[in-house]
Design a protein around this ligand. Sequence first.
Ligand code: MG
Length: 245
Amino acid sequence: MATRTPPQAVVFDWGGTLTPYHDVDLLDLWRVAADVLAPEQAPELADALAAAERAWWESAVATGRSGTTADVVAAAVASTGIPVDVALHDAALTAHLQAWSPHTVTDPEAGPVLRALRKRGLRLGLLSNTHWPRAWHESWLARDGVLDLLDARIYTSELATLKPHAPAFRAILAALRIGDPTAAVFVGDRPYDDIYGAQAMGMRAVLRPNAVVPAYDVRPDARISRLSDLLPLVDGWLNDRGTPR
Ligand SMILES: [Mg+2]
């Protein structure tokens, strides 16, 4: 019977996993971008930006095709026909992501848990489904003192596909130099993107349940209610060498 390798790496999702889930008003957060792009028609453009982001996520989930926030802004601007100076796009994106910043605070348990996992000799990674640029994610992680605790960080805005598709998982496993996916544990809050996707690769998958995300018929290897629950779980797997799966 096949055996699972003891864990050599733990890979985390970001939103709802390393950060508490925030149910934010996306229209408010897009309004600041619309104010930069077209102050006179900001409400109409904010609606278009929020709609373009919803459409982008729907398409990304359905097709697996990734993209960037710049794609979302360009699609929204094109859909309204409002004349906008393309040179303002970067400033609008900055305003939007600045408005997001207060909602990106890392779970206070993350730092201690990541340090404790590193002490066990485990390599740590981040794999986030996102259209945001790496620089913003990394500034938030650095602000909260956890950036350097994550040996490799993959953002799907830099890839062709998102979770749950295999290339996204392969990218983080390669970055962590993990040749055997069964030696990696994935921790996430989305049953489809995270748990189904990681298990399809052969990884152990730990669910941090989130009532707001879509359900999916999948059975995680374990559930945690807080990040610190990971430590006894991983210790069990580290000590459980050669157990039949
Ligand atoms: Mg998530």
